[in-house]
Design a protein around this ligand. Structure first.
Ligand SMILES: Cc1cc2nc3c(=O)[nH]c(=O)nc-3n(C[C@H](O)[C@H](O)[C@H](O)COP(=O)(O)O)c2cc1C
Length: 203
């Protein structure tokens, strides 16, 4: 755990928030340092204690450490763009949901709950100096088949993890620019409605 090495990016927050949320971001380079299984277990434990609809806990995580067969198999399913930088990461994961409730109905909140798992994991990881970077750019069908998930499962995301740090020169020019780009978010009044939904011109 070496939070001192965390690469900080400016976060222009409009209201006070805790540091572990404010300072978390999604890098595409990572320190040349392995993430231990103990660290990973703490990250997964934080995810495990996320809230979920009916406490169904529909999340499933496939994880692999660089150098392992599982890492290479996950890498094979990333879209080319993500492969170009994810190779910098010492850990790769797949975030997978069970789309059915235990009694076989559609679980419309499964994706939401995987998001909560992942957010918990991201904040725990950040507190340990570890960054995660989520990816929608994964071939969900081939990954599902390769890892033997049954029909009702869906591979929603891939995720990299590694200690903050690393060298931007490991990225192409465009990604180097993104790595140092300012963090941006919508303003609160663009998504908050203390009453009826009102379409915002600016969106
Ligand atoms: C569900 C999800 C899918 C994402 N997919 C990708 C992706 O395929 N490739 C990528 O480089 N970044 C991806 N991102 C990262 C986002 O672009 C990033 O989180 C966003 O720009 C905000 O930046 P921050 O996480 O540094 O605050 C994804 C993030 C999430 C939550």
């Amino acid at each position: 755990m070496n939070k001192e090495n965390t690469a900080l990016k400016e976060t222009p927050n409009d209201h006070p928030i805790i540091d572990n949320i404010k300072d978390r971001w999604s890098p595409r380079v990572f320190a040349d340092m392995p993430v231990s299984q103990t660290d990973l277990q703490s990250m997964f434990e934080a995810g495990r204690w996320a809230a979920s609809s009916n406490n169904f806990q529909p999340w499933n995580i496939v994880w692999g450490i660089k150098g392992s067969e599982t890492y290479d198999r996950i890498m094979n399913h990333l879209v080319e763009f993500n492969q170009s930088w994810a190779t910098n990461a010492p850990v790769l994961m797949l975030g997978v949901i069970n789309t059915k409730t235990p009694d076989g109905k559609e679980n419309y909140h499964a994706l939401h709950d995987l998001g909560q798992f992942t957010a918990n994991m991201a904040i725990q990881a950040h507190s340990m100096g570890i960054a995660i970077h989520q990816m929608a750019g994964v071939n969900f069908e081939s990954a599902k088949e390769d890892f033997g998930f049954p029909e009702e499962y869906h591979v929603a995301t891939a995720i990299t993890a590694g200690y903050y740090g690393g060298n931007d020169n490991d990225l192409n020019d465009d990604l180097q620019k993104e790595e140092s780009a300012l963090r941006k978010r919508k303003k609160q009044d663009e998504f908050l409605f203390n009453g009826d939904f009102i379409e915002r011109e600016s969106l």
